[in-house]
Every structure is written in C-alpha cells, then in structure tokens.
Design a binder for this molecule. Structure first.
Ligand code: ZN
Length: 321
C-alpha cells in the first residue's frame, strides 16, 4: 500500500541512546534524512509521526534534568518537522516527574511547536519510585490533555532494574520480549480502573504493539471485575474504555491473528499502522501490512485514514475507489 502513515517511529539524541544497542541502530535513531526517508519511500510510508526513544525523559530521576531534556529534544524534533512537514509530524516528550511542569511543556508542544500529540514512555522515575499517571496528582494534567483534544501515546519501558525480581536470571524476558507489554498493560489498566475516563471521557490514548496483550484478555478482565470488583472505582467496564478511550497501533506486531483480534475487540476505526522504526525493520512491517488478510477498505483505514483523523494531520484521506 502506498501512502501509509506510521505513528510510532522513533529518533534519539546522543544522551538518550542506549550504548549497548548495535551501532547501526544508534545511527538510524539519529538520522532524519537519508536512511529514514529512502526507506519510507521504498516501502510506501508517506508520513511518519516521530517520537523520542525510551525510556529517555521518564528515566531521569531529577526533575530539573527531566524538564531540560524534554525541552531540548522537543525543540530538536520541532526543527526536523518544520524542515519536512510533508513527511513528519511530532509527538512531544513530557517531564511527568513534575506534573505542573508537564502541563507547561504539554501546552508548549501543542500550541508553540505544532506537535500533534505527546508520547510518554511509561511510568516516570522520581527518586527510586514508579510514578503512575492514575495517581491523583495527575488529574489536572489529564484535564489539560482532554481540553487540548490531542492523543497521549503510552509507550513501553522496563520496570526499574532493582524492582523486577520476576525476571531475575531471565534477562531475555525483559524489553520487548515480555516485560514492556506487562509494564504497559498494567499501567493502562490502572488508568482505566481508576475512573479517569469517567471524569475525562474525551481522553484518547494510544497503545502500541496491538494493545500490549490487553485485547486477548479483555473478556476475562471484564468478567472477573464483574464477579469480584473489590471496590474498583471505575463506573464502566475495561472493554468500554478500550473501545472509547484507546487506539492501538501495529508497532512490532507484524502478525495477522493479533491484528484481527484488535479489530474485533476494539474496532477497526481504532487500529493504526506503525512500524516502531528503527527498533523494527520498516521492510518487515510494511511487507506484512501490505499483504495482511484485510479488506482493502480496512487496509486504507488502518494504514492511513484513522491516523489522519486521530492526529488531525493535514493530509488527504484515501478512498478505495
Ligand atoms: Zn516504540
């Protein structure tokens, strides 16, 4: 499919690079030009929605340093988007360690830098604790997100190293193999069960990786909460929130069965194409999606039109005729 829009594509700056990853990946993360654009051209991606790699800002325990890193990386991304508005849009990074400063930077990202949303890499580290965004101190932040009417991308990260005994001796289960999805799905479920979306029903969040495994267990979560709610504050079911307050993207999940499951459980209009480049190969993600078992109308919706609508991109929707 030509004209695809990819919504979870990453860049880095030298200080957010993981020195343990291969040099080629580090190079691709710093590149906005030759390799990135030529691959987009080759595999039919017209437009990439770019965000900083993870955990980056979320992993900086000092508030002022987190604010500074967010501002500098947002400025750099804005420069790249201005340079290629025909190919890129930006999602801002936010210093969630300080909810007031996160609101300030959020407003700057949308109103001054022209970003189409924000991308936050899971919980934020404040000292040695996990700061999840269902906590009461974040309610004013969510009110501003709702008012600005922009999507919030909840991107994965690992748990803190000294707080994941579950993975002791099994480092291969961390990162994208398993720990990312566990961490992110619990965070999303915390937001849903907290009643956040009862107070702010217009909020729209995005999960990568076709929903971080939540669609597979949706019936069971609803069923158990109905039988044994244990005081859950949310007024509606998890499946209701998933269908009304969440979108999912295909990042790093290039396989038909989970795609079809997400379409069935959440709705085709809430599924978006993405690659997760350069952590995942553009060639593999695009070749899979172009040949996935989909009605052409659904391929156009997931590959392009849903993203234009959600991120309010200045692009023409594609029609199947
Ligand atoms: Zn990603």
């Amino acid at each position: 499919m030509q004209g695809k829009i990819a919504v979870e594509e990453h860049f880095a700056v030298p200080e957010t690079q993981n020195p343990l990853v291969p040099q080629t990946l580090q190079h691709d993360l710093l590149d906005f030009d030759s390799a990135r654009i030529s691959r987009m051209d080759k595999y039919g991606i017209e437009f990439s929605v770019l965000s900083l790699n993870g955990p980056a800002v979320q992993n900086v325990p000092d508030n002022n340093a987190a604010i500074d890193l967010a501002q500098r990386t947002n400025d750099l991304l804005a420069e790249q988007v201005v340079r290629r508005p025909d190919r890129f849009a930006g999602l801002g990074a936010l210093p969630m360690q300080d909810p007031d400063k996160a609101i300030t930077e959020l407003n700057r990202c949308i109103n001054d830098l022209g970003f189409v949303g924000v991308n936050v890499n899971g919980f934020s580290q404040r000292d040695n604790t996990h700061l999840y965004y269902d906590l009461p101190e974040f309610r004013p932040f969510w009110a501003v997100v709702e008012k600005l009417d922009i999507p919030f991308y909840l991107h994965p990260r690992n748990p803190l190293t000294d707080q994941m005994p579950m993975y002791d001796g099994h480092p291969w289960l961390t990162n994208a193999t398993w720990a990312f999805a566990m961490e992110t799905s619990v965070h999303a479920l915390r937001l849903m069960c907290s009643g956040l979306f009862d107070d702010h029903p217009k909020l729209q969040l995005v999960l990568g990786h076709l929903g971080e495994r939540i669609p597979f267990d949706l019936w069971r979560v609803d069923q158990r909460l109905k039988i044994d709610p244990r005081g859950v504050p949310a007024k509606k079911t998890v499946s209701y929130y998933l269908k009304n307050n969440f979108h999912v993207s295909t990042s790093g999940q290039f396989h038909d069965p989970p795609l079809h499951l997400a379409m069935t459980e959440i709705g085709t209009d809430r599924v978006l194409f993405s690659v997760d480049y350069p952590f995942e190969p553009m060639k593999q993600g695009c070749n899979w999606f172009d040949n996935a078992a989909l009605a052409e109308e659904d391929r156009l919706a997931i590959g392009r039109n849903n993203a234009i609508k959600l991120f309010k991109l200045p692009l023409m929707s594609a029609s199947g005729t």
